[in-house]
Design a binder for this molecule. Structure first.
Ligand code: GLP
Length: 253
């Protein structure tokens, strides 16, 4: 596990984009696992710039996204498919047919979970999985639970998550209550995981996830077991972890 402290959000984004672009340069046909949320937007902006400058070529990459709100289709501006199109895919030279997001409009939830797991299986190992973290320690939409999930599931969002994510909607009531989410076991099977975090509100959970017990009540804590985990967080998100376990943190200036 490597935990790297970035100066600020922009530094975190530059570092994360640097790692993703290095992955694609070294393996042009990489399978990238991608995330949504406010945190990766800066990383995606950097990747767009790098792609426009000719520094990184996504034409042979395939991507799988972590999750999607149940009930929202690709045309819905709040769907994660729209988010990915707007914040990354439409601005880089990726083949859209090689980008996968669960289908939120599929009302056959078991069928959708099976379908998405089938896609993941066909893709093979994810070379690099980008992750954010929820304030309650969720990764993708795997909320605190009694056990770690395996494959894709239809999950019920917790009140914490609805509260955090309502900023992307007009009102809290508009936030869907359910989502399709890749399971923890699938996420964990990526060759390398890059978790990014920014802002004071992530300080407590970041510290808890990477210095505390490994338990499904804190889904991100399982990542401590991954042999190729990189965490990049800005000073605010790192503020608690650096006090508790300064020896774990690189760039601890
Ligand atoms: C959502 C997503 C997660 C993301 C989390 C944190 O719930 N499903 O994949 O990591 O939010 O989002 P943010 O980066 O906006 O804090």
């Amino acid at each position: 596990m490597r935990i790297i402290r970035a100066k600020d959000y922009s530094d975190m984004s530059r570092k994360a984009a640097g790692i993703i672009s290095a992955q694609v340069i070294l393996k042009p046909d990489s399978v990238l696992g991608l995330a949504t949320g406010g945190t990766p937007i800066g990383t995606y902006q950097r990747l767009i710039e790098m792609n426009k400058n000719g520094d990184v070529d996504f034409s042979n990459c395939r991507t799988v996204n972590l999750d999607e709100y149940a009930g929202l289709g690709p045309e819905d501006p709040q769907s994660y498919r729209s988010f990915m199109n707007e914040n990354l895919f439409h601005h880089i030279n990726i083949d859209m047919a090689n980008t996968y997001v669960p289908d939120g409009k599929n009302i056959d939830s078991e069928g959708e979970c099976r379908r998405y797991d089938g896609i993941l299986k066909k893709m093979g190992t994810v070379d690099l999985q980008l992750l954010g973290i929820g304030v309650n320690g969720h990764i993708a939409f795997n909320e605190p639970a009694k056990s770690f999930s395996k494959g894709t599931q239809k999950v019920t969002l917790t009140q914490d998550t609805i509260e955090s994510n309502k900023r992307f909607f007009e009102k809290a009531e508009d936030v869907p209550r359910y989502a399709y989410s890749m399971g923890i076991k699938s996420i964990f099977s990526a060759k390398r995981i890059l978790l990014i975090a920014a802002g004071k509100e992530k300080a407590k959970i970041l510290c808890r996830s990477f210095t505390g017990e490994i338990e499904p009540a804190v889904p991100a804590s399982v990542l401590q077991m991954h042999s190729e985990l990189i965490v990049i967080a800005d000073k605010d998100a790192m503020s608690e972890l650096i006090n508790v376990a300064p020896e774990l943190v690189e760039n601890a200036h």
